[in-house]
Ligand binder design. Sequence first.
Ligand code: NAD
Length: 398
Amino acid sequence: MSLRILEKRSPTQPSTSEGSSNDMNGTALRAQKVLAVLYSGGKYGARNPRMLGTTEQALGLGDYLKSKGHTLVVTDDKEGADSTFQKEIVDADILITTPFHPGYATRDVISKAKNLKLCITAGVGSDHIDLNAANERKITVAEVSGSNVVSVAEHVVMTMLCLVRNFVPAHEQIRAGDWNVAKVAQDAYDIEGKVIGTIGAGRIGQRVLRRLQPFDPKQLYYYDYTELPNEIAKDIKVERITDLKEFLGKLDILTINCPLHEQTKGMINKETIGWMKKGSWIVNTARGAICDADAIAEAVNSGHLLGYGGDVWPVQPAPANMPWRTMAHPNSEGDKFNVGSAMTPHYSGTTLDAQKRYADGTKTILENYLNHKPQDPQNLICEGGDYATKAYGAGKRA
Ligand code: NAD
């Protein structure tokens, strides 16, 4: 756990600091308490100033907020009623948290957070916040849209290659001093000639499709309630399928790139996996809970799926006994070099390049709020009691 308090104040104490924020009429905004729930960087965060997303570097916000007379509380301690997160949220005005180590702002947490006005996601994906509860309280929810979409798209293509070419067990074999070409070649294929589809053809989905084109896939498809403009679909050479069963039934490789919300939770389950071809692969870097955890493990362990990979888990950090850690295709034959899994911790969108972009974006959202300036509309998820985007189940403005 790491906790840093830059300026202590009582919840209602107005700021007298010189640099405190002013609204457009010059009225001082009282000193704000900003609570940031981030992942601990440990020695890596302490020694590398580019690890901006860690508790140690605190998104580079420390000096800025202090100079304006605000309070910043930073922690990675987020689970349970006694956690620093749950204790400090009670009088926090602004919550910053990150999908990589999400402080889960449930309805219950939001009801306790009497002063909360703004939730900022340092990254992309705000499903760790109960958005309906936020809307009821007219809490603004903003994320740094686009900040890590290239980072994730690259990870998706890498994971596809790892799975389809059976890279992970091949590499592990070498590390262990073994040499058995046939053992890894029996599950190795090319991406060329495969049918690939994305659920969600937004910023990440489109970038994945573009990066796949040079591999000469047989066909690219997308499933999304938002239709791509014709010229983009033509440019990426992707066709839309609106029926999920038909879509999944055509694919060799499924990539999931939509937000987690009521309609996508558990969308890939025992029944829908059954619509997919035997021997197909799934790459999910969107959110773990879009897939039913047991159904995925069962499909890999039984050999229906040749592999599943990604970096997102239904609960993060993932418990040690989470079945995705150890699932293995039957061709693994109990071997320690498992076929069929290319799972990593949630890090695809937190490369050092991405951390810079989402740290800068978080600061801009904060500055806009503290200076009563409008937010960039593309960053808004909820505002004024309503959804400001169609991406989370279309919201009320569909
Ligand atoms: P985006 O808003 O640009 O695109 C999302 C797309 O999903 C939209 O086109 C939307 O219409 C579509 N969609 C929503 N609900 C759908 C449904 N029920 N069926 C089909 N399509 C649906 O978002 P993005 O920037 O591409 O990010 C997508 C998601 O990826 C994020 O919400 C987040 O959960 C995840 N993400 C993960 C990481 C990571 O580090 N692993 C990083 C960034 C984003």
